[in-house]
Design a protein around this ligand. Structure first.
Ligand code: GDP
Length: 333
């Protein structure tokens, strides 16, 4: 069996060439294709991704997360403007599973990153409305590959929705940054949710409001981090105080990002993490594909409601129902 998809249609060859030439319009069109849930679009998107894949993987993937209001978009804009001004090209993508419910997007509900979005070196894309978090995350991953192929050296993936999106984003980036407010107790919140363990760097934002409490919070979070088992023997997550509003501390933060990249690349961990993420991604696609195939299997569809009701009424054990459904799914459709 030949695992490669058929060649690109002629129109899509132009699209792939446009993406590789760094044309914004082609990139935006490519991402729209990837985000489409129409079957024919999905097939074209897969071919497009195959075509550009050899040109991906050279960018730094940075995740930015934190509670709503902590200043994520202000921070991304400050960092983005600083880097774009130095000639770096960067793309900003968002993961927001709630946009699927409300139909909103990061650009729709409020004017976000207005100055950065007008900069010729920046490309900003709101979150796709992909339904489940898994769907949104998958599309964001693919959009990230397109941005890389278009020559954006830095890809920032920002979490907009709350909840599990942090874990999804941490699983698709090289470096995961967690933003916190300089409030006592805030660090404990993140610790409780287990998010701080994912962080390669913690950023105390809004340090301009009260430098003293920002420094206190910085020291407290640094303490909390020393209690956790380090995720990497080659990197101790630093805690930095910045002001996204004034830009104070942002250049220093960027040099820490560089230090992270160098330390992990030197130890081989950078590539190892990407390889792990690629395999995890394959498994999550397998999981969702198998689940969807299972639900669409005619024999399963015929009995699923009835067996679900039997389990919920206690007339059948969950394991007996699961065994029966799995056996039905093996029947030829
Ligand atoms: P997000 O929901 O995490 O994306 O937060 P926003 O970037 O929208 O910021 C929420 C509010 O905090 C806005 O009113 C910002 O102007 C403000 N803000 C963000 N960063 C700073 C900062 O460093 N200092 C101060 N004083 N305000 C900030």
């Amino acid at each position: 069996m030949n695992p490669s998809p058929p060649a690109l249609e002629s129109g899509d060859q132009g699209l792939a060439a446009g993406v590789l030439a760094g044309e914004r319009r082609s990139l935006a069109k490519g991402i729209t294709l990837v985000e489409s849930s129409r079957r024919e679009h999905q097939l074209r998107a897969q071919r497009l991704l195959e075509a550009i894949l050899p040109h991906t993987g050279h960018s730094l993937r940075l995740g930015v997360s934190g509670a709503p209001g902590v200043g994520k978009s202000t921070f991304v804009e400050a960092l983005g403007l600083c880097l774009a001004g130095q000639g770096h090209r960067l793309a900003v993508l968002a993961v927001d599973p709630s946009s699927a419910v409300t139909g909103g997007s990061i650009l729709g509900d409020k004017t976000r990153m207005e100055r950065l979005s007008q900069h010729p070196n920046a490309f900003i894309r709101p979150s796709p409305s992909g339904g489940t978090l898994g769907g949104v995350a998958e599309k964001t991953r693919e959009a990230m590959l397109l941005c890389e192929a278009a020559g954006y050296g830095l890809i920032i993936v920002e979490t907009v929705g709350v909840g599990q999106s942090e874990v999804a984003v941490a699983g698709m980036v090289d470096m995961f940054m967690l933003l916190q407010l300089p409030n006592a107790g805030d660090e404990l919140q993140a610790l409780k949710k287990g998010i701080i363990e994912l962080a390669d760097m913690v950023v105390i934002n809004k340090a301009d409001l009260d430098a003293g409490s920002a420094e206190l919070a910085r020291a407290q979070v640094q303490n909390v981090l020393t209690l956790l088992a380090p995720a990497s023997p080659h990197w101790t997550p630093p805690v930095l105080a910045v002001s996204a509003l004034t830009g104070a501390g942002v250049p220093e933060l960027w040099s820490e990002v560089g230090r992270f990249r160098t330390a992990l690349a030197a130890s081989g961990e950078f590539q190892a993490k990407r390889r792990r993420q690629a395999v995890d991604w394959m498994w999550s696609l397998l999981d969702s594909g198998l689940r969807s195939r299972f639900r669409h299997h005619p024999a399963v569809r015929e009995r699923l409601d009835q067996l679900t009701a039997a389990v919920s009424h206690g007339a059948m054990t969950p394991s007996a129902a699961a065994r029966m459904l799995l056996a039905l799914a093996q029947e030829k459709d």
